[in-house]
Design a protein around this ligand. Structure first.
Ligand code: PEP
Length: 257
């Protein structure tokens, strides 16, 4: 285990994949293999439309449920949006916020993402805050600066007593869905910087409890080396979370640490 104070978390981001019945099928398979273990935190984040079916399949399971987005209000005239209260009522524990696809395709900025982070915490949802640089930014030597800005912007106003309800996911944009993974050393360098920033925000004790996941083409073939790094506390998994076999394997790799 990278650190005794943190339990690994393997979270699947299904993105816009799986109907409600396909989702339930996938989750049942995962649950059969992993539903009773408690060594590693396991979460699946289906699309909104599959949450209810998945929640039913996960009753009495240790696998947790997360959503992929939310609107930062409890209710009201926001056609097409889904509130944190609604997600809690479907037994969601986590919500992915600030994913690079939402930053890029839906023009979400740090201020809006921050509103969501605060609203999620207010409703006892645990945000998985995604940060990460584009290829252009990496090549221009801006990685640290970009990630620091996203982190500070996303966490503005979050108090230290909420710190251990937060999960950070470092997801280099150039590694998402491309098959290119950051080397363990490249990832660790950024994870360490994130940990240092968290220490500056919340103090050492709180920062040591926050899980920092790596995301970007993580799969059974590369996960072990990534999770060997001191500040990599698991993964946010896209493509490899859509098949029970690879997702289960990833959890087993984390369990073996
Ligand atoms: C993601 O989008 O969160 C992700 C990590 O995707 P993939 O694993 O497919 O790169």
């Amino acid at each position: 285990m990278a650190n005794v104070t943190r339990k690994y978390l393997i979270a699947g981001n299904w993105k816009m994949n799986k109907t409600a019945s396909e989702g339930a099928e996938l989750v049942q398979e995962i649950n059969l293999a992993l539903g009773k273990q408690t060594d590693v935190g396991v979460a699946v984040c289906p699309p909104f439309t599959a949450l209810e079916n998945c929640a039913r399949s996960l009753e009495d399971s240790n696998i947790q449920l997360g959503a992929q987005n939310m609107y930062p209000k409890s209710e009201g005239a926001y056609t097409g949006e889904v509130s944190p209260v609604m997600l809690r009522s479907l037994f969601c524990t986590f919500v992915i916020l600030g994913h690079s696809e939402r930053r890029e395709y839906f023009e979400e900025d740090d201020a809006f993402i921050n509103e969501k982070v605060l609203a999620a915490l207010q409703s006892s949802l645990k945000p998985i805050l995604c940060v990460g640089e584009t290829l252009e930014q990496r090549e221009a030597g801006q990685t640290m600066e970009v990630v620091k800005k996203q982190l500070a912007g996303g966490l503005e106003g979050v108090k230290a007593d909420h710190a251990d309800n937060i999960v950070i996911a470092y997801e280099p944009v150039w590694a998402i869905g491309t098959g290119k993974t950051a080397t363990p050393e490249m990832a660790q360098e950024v994870h360490k910087m994130i940990r240092d920033e968290l220490v500056a925000f919340y103090g050492e004790t709180a920062a040591e409890k926050i899980r920092i996941l790596y995301g970007g083409s993580m799969k059974p073939e590369n996960a072990s080396e990534l999770m060997d790094q001191a500040d990599i506390d698991g993964g946010l998994i896209g493509g490899a979370s859509l098949k029970a076999k690879s997702f289960i394997e990833l959890v087993e790799i984390a369990r073996a640490k």
